[in-house]
Write a protein that binds this ligand. Structure first.
Ligand SMILES: [Zn+2]
Length: 348
């Protein structure tokens, strides 16, 4: 049997139960992973609360939580010759058909069959999990399991949003809305590696200080500076930023647009603060801004950042690590305004 953190009925952190499930058996082309750590994401809260956008495509409850994680190959299914027992791997959470044209090109986000681990199907908060072999990417020796478990989603998302969709280049000024989140802090590191100037918003003076220490050029405390869009324009000499990275959603959408320069571009993904936004259309027209939606990532983007993770150029900001037994506390911390960076769950 294996220990898992699952949800049988939607609710608060108390809805999460720790229980023993049978260890799954890998089928043809699949691998069994002994999970060593799971990384937490806002999606964990949405799934737990029953607010997941694609609830109709979600497996019936119970569901094991957890979108990402890292561990070792414990067994391989029939015909799987790509992995060996003992290989260190991280979970690629995008489950795809593997045969359509986008899949053959590695454009995972474009597969019509796309399902996400821990959202549509059982996730990573378990001692073992079975995945298609192509979803277990072999990882370098350097980073520990906790760091690996919080890296894949954050960096692949940052890479997809800033490089692929955003065309961010050295010397440009980027605004990261919610710079203290897991996605925001990963975007900050990547933007610095690219050579961009970075302004962040975050919810406390302490987090402003920490983010400047982590490489931000300026930080705005949005709880004190309500008109942070005006402040960001002031920080750019009235011009506005070249690009905005917004993973917050409805609550910040209009101000993110307001912070852009003429012909600036906004990359956006996620909407935990609200799934819809009322937008002043003239603010899009007048400044001829580009709004670019983003969804998950491509396989090549993951291959591109793994070496940067191995050599320490990218190092995830880890807020806290909890044990699997403390998963409810981990959920509380994930929702805490004091959190800065990612939260990992160590799986013994
Ligand atoms: Zn496909």
């Amino acid at each position: 049997m294996m220990r898992v953190a699952a949800v049988h009925a939607f609710g608060g952190p108390e809805a999460i139960v720790l229980e023993d499930w049978p260890i799954p058996v890998p089928g043809p082309g699949e691998v069994l992973i002994r999970m060593r750590a799971a990384g937490m994401n806002q999606a964990d809260i949405l799934v737990r609360e029953g607010r997941f956008v694609e609830k109709d495509r979600q497996q019936p409850l119970p569901i094991i939580l957890g979108v990402e994680g890292a561990g070792d190959i414990a067994a391989v299914g029939p015909g799987c010759d790509t992995h060996s027992v003992g290989d260190r791997v991280a979970v690629i959470p995008m489950l795809t058909c593997g045969t359509c044209e986008p899949c053959r090109k590695g454009l995972l986000s474009e597969c019509a069959d796309l399902r996400i681990v821990g959202e549509h199907v059982d996730g990573t908060c378990a001692q073992y999990m079975v995945l298609p072999a192509r979803n277990a990417i072999k990882v370098p020796d350097g980073p520990g399991y906790e760091a690996l478990s919080v890296s894949i989603v954050a960096y692949m998302t940052a890479w997809h949003m800033l490089k692929t969709r955003g065309d961010l280049t050295a010397g440009e000024t980027l605004l990261i809305v919610g710079g203290g989140s897991g996605m925001g802090s990963a975007a900050l590191q990547l933007a610095r590696a690219i050579g961009a100037r970075v302004i962040v918003t975050t919810g406390s003076d302490e987090k402003c200080r920490q983010l400047i220490e982590a490489g931000a050029d300026a930080a705005v405390n949005y709880t004190r500076v309500r008109d942070w869009d005006v402040e960001v324009r002031r920080l750019t000499g009235g011009r506005g930023v070249d690009i905005v990275h917004d993973t917050v959603g409805g609550a910040t959408f209009q101000k993110s647009i307001n912070a852009l320069r003429q012909r600036g571009r906004m990359v956006c993904m996620g909407s935990h603060s609200g799934r819809s936004a009322e937008v002043l259309l003239v603010s899009i027209h007048r400044n001829e801004v580009d709004i670019r939606g983003c969804h998950t990532a491509h396989m090549s983007e993951i291959d591109e950042f793994l070496p940067l993770l191995a050599d320490g150029s990218l190092r995830p900001i880890l807020d806290a690590t909890f044990s699997l037994e403390q998963v409810r506390e981990a959920h509380l911390r994930l929702a805490s305004p004091e959190r800065l960076g990612k939260i990992a769950i160590s799986i013994g």
